[in-house]
Design a protein around this ligand. Sequence first.
Ligand code: SF4
Ligand code: SF4
Length: 195
Amino acid sequence: MTELATTLEALAVHKQFCEDVLNMPGGEKIKICQQCGTCTGSCPTSYLMDWGPREIIAAFRAGMIDRVVKSNTIWLCTSCYSCTVRCPAGIKITDLMYELKRLAIKYDLAPKDGKAPAMTKYFIDSVHKHGRNHEVELMAKFMLTKDWGLPFKFAGTGLKLFTAGRLPLFAKNIRGRDELDKISAYLEAQEAKAQ
Ligand code: SF4
Ligand code: SF4
């Protein structure tokens, strides 16, 4: 593929990414962000983020999609909802963070070497497979691909959880696991229809 074709393809993906975000429920409100900074001031993890939620919204509105998906912000959001309940413009910032993460994975824009995107992907895979997260499976995948030192860092905690029966070695699917597939298929069909 020529350089021009690659650039055009990237622009098309970014355009679709922006449209998807603006089409999420309440997404159009992003346009009325006042840049007041209440979200960043309320965010308990903003001190770890390279850009606060306010800056992520500004970057998104400026079309800086690469910067948005490569910042650690969307991957460090803990979904505490502090920003959402305080935003004077009624913007659903927590949902926005989820959507940015989801679309970054969907359009293969997430940083390839990032640990948080990998953790998010393995979590989603596990929930799809079992109907719930299976921690041992998730950590094993993460260890093999991202961090060999993980078992040593958390050996003590892992052992305590295991002996307390809180860390089962083998995954057990939830009851009604097949129903989850039907719900996922329905939602995916709805999403495809809306596009
Ligand atoms: S609190 Fe709401 S209006 Fe203020 S900067 Fe954050 S998103 Fe924008
Ligand atoms: S929901 Fe996410 S972005 Fe909002 S305050 Fe909590 S951690 Fe920060």
